[in-house]
Design a protein around this ligand. Structure first.
Ligand code: GUN
Length: 292
């Protein structure tokens, strides 16, 4: 069984970014990322802080905007319009989910698709479906694909089962795996909360991408011998013994599933670090594509 290391592959991606950033700086341009957080959800705050820190470590221009939970739709639209017009900003990310009174889809549509490093804008969703390489692909599924490729897992002709149909992970993951070329060419099944007899489907899978959002959901009985499992889950579960009172666990019951696997990602130490690394890579790409 191979343990696929997220931090190790993320380091590689970040080293590539560093090389590209140096080349851009030599041309007089520094890639800039703006991260917008509305409200004070603790998990979102932690994500936004780590995105900002990673930018700074890499020498990217980073703008972190923390807006109160009372921010109106119009105020947020105005912030996005300003960032769209700012030539020092190449990437814009509005942390999801925003407070309930915000129409998130309208905010996403307001972001300039050329700066949409999350890959959530309808133009970028379409570009992914069209296999247009100028589009932006959501960071988490892009990171999962990179983990598979780096671990030497052949996706061509493989049966990949994606569990979850979200716009952030499941749907773009399925499109990436079925696209033509390296890291793609898979036969893809998308399963979700309404799927009948999930186990019968996952037991047929050569590759399982678990993006369900339920702690330790995928059990040994769901997985065939020799399967590859990528665990996208980040679930907080109570842990009275720890300092914080909680710990992070994946969607996969790692201890029982891992012994059956050819390769598997742990949580933490799997997909998480890849998401931020791919965000940096998307920001560098946005900057490169902005140049004449
Ligand atoms: N919330 C959880 N994951 C993401 C992400 O990739 N992008 C944004 N904007 N919000 C998120």
């Amino acid at each position: 069984m191979t343990l696929i290391s997220g931090p190790q592959v993320a380091e590689k991606v970040l080293a590539e970014c560093q090389r590209d950033i140096a080349a851009l700086k030599a041309r007089g341009v520094t890639p800039g990322l703006a991260v917008v957080l509305v409200g004070d959800d603790p998990a979102s705050r932690a994500y936004v802080r780590s995105k900002d820190k990673k930018c700074r470590d890499l020498g990217l221009h980073s703008v972190k905007l923390e807006l109160p939970a009372t921010t109106t739709q119009q105020e947020l639209m105005d912030v996005v319009a300003k960032l769209n017009a700012d030539p020092a900003i190449h990437g814009i990310l509005v942390q999801s989910p925003p407070p309930k009174h915000i129409d998130e889809a309208a905010i996403v549509r307001a972001i300039d698709p050329a700066k949409d490093v999350d890959g959530f804008h309808p133009v970028n969703v379409a570009k992914l479906a069209l296999e247009d390489p100028t589009g932006f692909v959501p960071c988490t599924p892009l990171g999962c694909q990179r983990l598979l490729m780096d671990a030497g897992i052949e996706t061509k002709g493989a049966h990949a089962v994606v569990i979850g149909r979200s716009m952030i992970v499941g749907k773009p993951m399925a499109m990436l795996l079925m696209a033509k070329g390296p890291g793609g060419d898979a036969t893809v099944t998308v399963a979700h909360s309404r799927t009948r007899d999930l186990g019968a489907i996952t037991r047929e899978a050569d590759i399982i991408i678990a993006a369900i959002g339920r702690p330790h959901f995928l059990k040994a009985e769901h997985v065939k011998e020799g399967a590859v499992v990528i665990d996208v889950g980040i679930n907080r579960v109570e842990d009275p013994g720890s300092e914080k009172g909680y710990k992070l666990v994946g969607d996969v019951a790692f201890d029982e599933v891992a012994p059956k696997c050819r390769a598997i990602t742990p949580v933490p130490g799997g997909v998480g670090p890849m998401t931020i690394a791919m965000l940096m890579a998307n920001t560098v790409k946005a900057c490169q594509q902005s140049l004449p």
